[in-house]
Design a binder for this molecule. Structure first.
Ligand code: KG4
Ligand code: ZN
Length: 334
């Protein structure tokens, strides 16, 4: 079965063709990062406009690279929630027009279900049930993946998501957007123990909180500045990265151990090398199998949406032409 997957929830316009939910025939990603970097973050209005401009050519390229004709497609999957509403609407409107004209079924896909499906593309043997840690710019969720289309949230970020915290701390340290890769690069030369950061307390066994940590970095930078001391940004980056990754790795390893299930790590932040290494070590210690997406599938992409869309389609989840987009929607409220 051939599914076209369309992703436009944030700053990547991406379209892919995936066979049977597991085999990528093409995956074209047009990123807008350079343009948003000028403003220190994603400008929603600009994102929507670029999606509208890019989505047609990116779709044509995805079909061409896959060597697939429109009539060969079995369905079109599109991210309809959560994300920037204007950005989502660009993809949803395009998908609706495409499906109407080509007479194809339309499959709505939740963005986080897409990130979880990135694990199926990179690990052909992986099947539910497993426990996933989905860490992106907008979300940090510990999710029980009961089936391909059945999910239960075990824990979540009660304030800033992990990626958001990376981005905000990067800004405090004078680094460009997106902050995750910048902090990660800088932290390699830093001493994580020079500036001890507090461990945030949060209720709920699998919840996380990063807002206090972000404020602690801000206060640290301000107090060093006021005292006229040298601010070693590499050490601060290393301390912050260490704290966040310690917390995240413990959550996924503990949850997988409690339920006796394999673990999956996915989402934009999952590309972080320190996080991957800590998850690997902890899971190995607890005898838990850990699954990761390949690097290219950690960030937003159409292939993961096509993969999730395949399983949604098999479970009978299709939409009519009246499909709407939603800025917020829980993964289990589908
Ligand atoms: O999943 P994603 O591409 O988009 C959303 O759905 O939000 O995640 C983007 C997030 C950004 O906050 C970015 O800073 C973060 O992933 N990120 C990283 C790294 N690379 C990207 N965070 C930590 N370390 C990285 N190497
Ligand atoms: Zn994402």
């Amino acid at each position: 079965m051939l599914i076209l997957g369309i992703e436009s929830s944030c700053d990547e316009t991406s379209v892919a063709v995936v066979r049977d939910g597991r085999i990528i025939l093409s995956n074209i990603v047009a990123t807008q990062i350079e343009e948003h970097r000028l403003y220190g973050g994603v400008v929603p209005e600009i994102a929507s406009r670029r999606h509208i401009e890019n989505i047609g050519p990116v779709t044509e390229e995805a079909l061409r690279r896959a060597d697939v004709r429109i009539q060969d497609l079995d369905a079109v999957a599109v991210t309809y929630a959560p994300g920037l509403i204007g950005a989502l609407l660009a993809g949803v409107s395009f998908a609706k027009g495409f499906c109407y004209a080509a007479e194809k079924p339309l499959v709505p896909v939740h963005h986080l279900r897409g990130h979880i499906a990135s694990l199926y593309l990179s690990n052909k043997e992986l099947k539910p049930p497993f426990v996933a840690l989905v860490v992106s710019g907008g979300h940090s969720h510990v999710i029980m993946v009961k089936g391909y289309t059945e999910f239960e949230i075990l824990g979540r970020a009660v304030d800033d998501a992990a990626g958001e915290a990376f981005d905000k701390v990067a800004r405090t340290l004078g680094l460009p957007y997106p902050g995750g890769p910048e902090i990660s690069k800088l932290a390699k030369d830093g001493d994580p123990d020079r500036y001890p950061l507090p461990t945030p307390h949060v209720t709920g066994q699998y919840n996380v909180s990063f807002s206090g940590l972000k404020t602690a970095v801000l206060n640290l930078v301000n107090s060093l500045r006021m005292k006229g001391e040298v601010i070693n940004t590499a050490d601060i980056a290393a301390a912050f990265e260490q704290k966040v990754t310690d917390i995240l790795a413990a959550r996924i390893a503990d949850a997988a151990a409690e339920y006796g299930l394999p673990a999956g790590l996915c989402g934009g932040v999952s590309v972080n090398g320190v996080l991957q290494e800590k998850c690997r070590k902890l899971c190995e210690k607890k005898g838990i199998e850990l699954y990761l997406p390949e690097r290219a599938l950690c960030g937003d992409n159409g292939a993961m949406i096509a993969s999730a869309g395949y399983y949604e389609y098999l479970s009978g989840n299709t939409a009519t032409i009246s499909l709407n987009a939603y800025a917020t929607l829980d993964i289990d409220m589908h």
